[in-house]
Design a binder for this molecule. Structure first.
Ligand code: ADP
Ligand code: ZN
Length: 729
């Protein structure tokens, strides 16, 4: 038997299957989608079997074929649907097939030869069949047998607490026997809760979606924060579960905290697998296998959970569909989990439900056009009004010598805290201050590897680069003019925390940003502690804006809305609207009314006007006008090409070369560039970019694939292609 094996060639971005022979004693173990070990040059590699008994064109017959070494899996780890999905990813993102398959699997199951994660076993005791007891049982032995009669199987550890010696005797006399079952690492504790009866609007939405339960229909639920979307999702899942259908729920990485997971657990118990990046490799491996073995019917997870190997999918839900992290942008394949969801829904003939209080302009435009089935939920479940939003002009505050807490924010905080209610403060910048500058000559400390200024972190008295991690000690003396005049400007979460310690010294503050949540469990602990009211003020970056539900929070303050407005990206207004609207939605979720105070130097900016009135539609219409004028999505599609090299001249010359090539070959597109990326140099790599805009460009994939192939061989630059990028620059 001959097979085609796809292996990962480290560092080479090429895709190729190789032909191997299968020794006859292994033939019966071979099937498509299984991993095998093969000799490759002087290495041993793992690869996926993609085909049996066929040969590739580049196979030279007279070279003696090598035999595979062994078969890794008993069952295929990529089923037919996922194998096809890999080809879809390759076609639509121009990634390699192997990278598409690797992204679908947890680390322990990727085709590589250096991962070793064990399955954990747990021992159980069961009664033997047709037991005859020909000796006198003592009391403890009798208890054990009684328990086993009732419970059928009990963990050995638990029974041993009754009497280890009795167990030994019963084992020896063949009354009971020991069996082993796999023990999964991730422990889930929960209490099943009575579900809320749906309110009228929720029921209507459920009914509308269920009309299409065996259809490939895409829904967009535009529902204000607190309108009861999550409850709608759970109801749909429960109904479909009764028909033996499975479900995938995608949530943004950061909101995958105990809060949302607990809601699902207390409704569906152990029928859930959870997948997100804060799990250990072992935990991910276990959760994945539960899904593959069909032991769970519901998967909740972040982006890559969209590849969960569920069969018979009844619905795919994408919550907070506007979230950037649904698009993988750091590495290939640069896929959108929403596109993959839609692709999978075609295979399973099932609805996809996208939900958000602030859908992307692209999605909402599709909703209006009828490409997506648009559903609105305009009121909060508890009929409470959305929180009142106040805008504070920071330039007025400066005149009053107030630095970053306006009078209004200070007074409101004081009132809220005195009532025993809690406050959330948002500042979208971590660290202490964002610039270390010389008062005398204007010199600014920059990263030596990246084209970006360093951020001061007071906790360890270091200046840090947020791009490459470079760190250096804070200097008092300017390296340029040698004056003792270095000054820290700008504002970060650390500095605000310090100030809060002075202004509100009777209240406890907890800070949540990348720096306080880097260790496992810290993120969950901060949320739990704040929920348990151990702290009065939660201060954080955008990671506090999403999904959190604290009933005792009645004031949300945004220290400076401009950090997000000033990002040089055509989506900066949209992203600011989302962020402010999301964080505002954290206020007044319980019985008490909520308030939001937003501080800014741009008080007349249109984004703030619409945030103040909670007017998504108004924002949408205004922003669409701008997009049309400037010819940006959703009016056109955008593809971003990045050209990167350690050598400046090379990067520049090849960028020009590519520009000319694209101009000549993409006749229906507008080609912009080459220009330097927003951060021109990262880790000593120079970055140029070219933007392609088009409404319809049929030859796009072919032209870009050719270009990509050409520079892979040439190898002097790294080319990055991102279709529909979420960030430009
Ligand atoms: P969203 O996902 O739209 O933000 P949620 O589903 O989280 O809304 O609902 C907001 C709050 O209202 C939650 O605390 C939830 O438990 C509660 N809730 C949702 N639906 C109902 C209902 N039908 N009856 C009572 N409370 C509900
Ligand atoms: Zn750097």
């Amino acid at each position: 038997m001959k097979i085609q094996v796809l292996v990962e060639l480290s560092n080479k971005n090429i895709d190729k299957t190789f032909t191997y022979l299968v020794p006859s004693n292994l033939e019966s173990f071979i099937s498509v989608g299984i991993r095998v070990q093969v000799p490759f040059g002087n290495q041993i590699l793992e690869g996926f079997v993609l085909d049996i008994n066929k040969e590739t064109d580049n196979q030279i017959e007279d070279i003696k074929l090598k035999e595979i070494i062994k078969v890794v899996d008993l069952e295929p780890i990529l089923n037919e649907e996922l194998l096809e999905l890999g080809k879809y990813l390759k076609k639509t993102t121009l990634c390699t097939l192997i990278s598409a398959y690797q992204i679908m699997l947890p680390k322990a199951l990727k085709a590589r030869n250096n991962v070793n994660i064990n399955k954990k076993q747990e021992s159980y005791i069961i009664l033997n069949d047709n037991i005859k007891i020909d000796f006198k049982l003592n009391e403890k032995q009798q208890t054990i047998i009684d328990i086993l009669k009732k419970e059928k199987q009990v963990s050995k550890k638990i029974l041993q607490e009754i009497s280890p010696s009795s167990i030994k005797t019963l084992l020896n006399k063949n009354v009971i026997k020991e069996t082993f079952k796999e023990k999964y690492r991730l422990e889930k504790t929960y209490t099943i809760k009575e579900k809320h009866p749906l309110v009228e609007r929720q029921q209507q939405v459920v009914n509308e979606i269920l009309k299409y339960k065996n259809h490939q229909e895409i829904f967009l639920i535009h529902g204000v924060t607190g309108s009861g979307k999550t409850e709608v999702y759970m109801e749909l899942i429960e109904i479909l579960l009764k028909e033996d259908k499975t479900s995938i729920v995608l949530v943004p990485e950061i909101s995958l905290t105990e809060q949302i997971v607990n809601r699902f657990l207390s409704r569906f118990g152990n029928n859930i697998a959870i997948l997100h990046s804060r799990l250990s490799d072992g935990e991910k491996y276990d959760e994945y296998r539960k899904i593959a073995k069909g032991e769970v019917k519901i998967v909740i997870g972040a982006r890559s959970a969209i590849f969960a190997p569920l069969k018979n999918i009844g619905i795919i839900i994408v919550d907070e569909e506007h979230t950037d992290s649904y698009k993988q942008q750091e590495q290939n394949p640069k896929y959108s989990a929403i596109d993959v969801a839609i692709e999978r829904s075609k295979y399973h003939n099932c609805p996809v439900v996208l939900g958000s209080a602030t859908p992307t302009l692209e999605s909402y435009a599709r909703g209006i056009k009828g490409i997506y089935h648009l559903i609105s939920m305009t009121k909060r479940v508890n009929e409470k009004p959305l929180p009142k939003v106040e805008i504070v002009d920071l330039s007025e505050e400066i005149k009053k010598q107030n630095s970053y807490f306006s009078d209004m924010l200070k007074i409101s905080m004081k009132k809220t805290l005195e009532k025993g209610e809690q406050v959330i403060l948002l500042l979208n910048k971590r660290g202490y201050s964002s610039l270390s500058t010389c008062r005398n000559c204007g010199y600014t400390e920059k990263c030596p590897n990246c084209d970006i200024s360093l951020t001061y972190h007071k906790t360890n008295n270091m200046l840090r680069c947020h791009y490459c991690g470079y760190g250096t000690k804070l200097k008092e003396i300017c390296p340029e003019c040698h004056e003792k005049a270095m000054l820290n400007l700008g504002l970060g979460t650390e500095k605000v925390e310090e100030e809060l310690g002075i202004l509100f010294k009777d209240y406890k503050v907890i800070r949540m940003d990348v720096d306080t949540t880097s260790k496992k469990g810290q993120h969950e602990k901060i949320i739990k502690d704040f929920e348990d009211k151990k702290y009065s003020i939660l201060l954080g970056t955008q990671m506090i804006a999403k999904g959190l539900d604290f009933e005792n929070v009645t004031l949300v303050g945004v220290i400076n809305a401009d950090t997000s407005l000033n990002i040089p990206d055509f989506r900066s207004s949209e992203k600011t609207f989302d962020l402010l609207n999301q964080v505002a939605g954290r206020s007044g979720r319980g019985e008490k009314e909520g308030k939001v105070i937003i501080q800014t130097y741009n008080k007349d900016h249109y984004v703030l006007k619409y945030v103040k009135t909670h007017d998504y539609l108004g924002f949408f219409e205004n922003e669409m006008k701008i997009r049309r004028m400037l010819s940006y999505p959703p009016y056109v599609y955008v593809t971003l090409i990045k050209i990167m090299s350690k050598d400046y001249e090379t990067a520049k010359n090849i960028s020009n070369e590519i520009f000319t090539y694209l101009k000549r070959n993409l006749l229906n597109s507008k080609i912009l560039g080459p220009s330097v990326a927003n951060v021109f140099r990262v880790n000593n790599v120079y970055r140029f970019q070219i933007i392609i805009k088009y409404k319809k460009e049929e030859s796009l994939y072919n032209v870009l694939e050719k270009m990509d192939e050409h520079y892979k061989i040439n190898n002097k630059v790294k080319i990055d292609i991102d279709f529909n990028p979420r960030n430009i620059g």
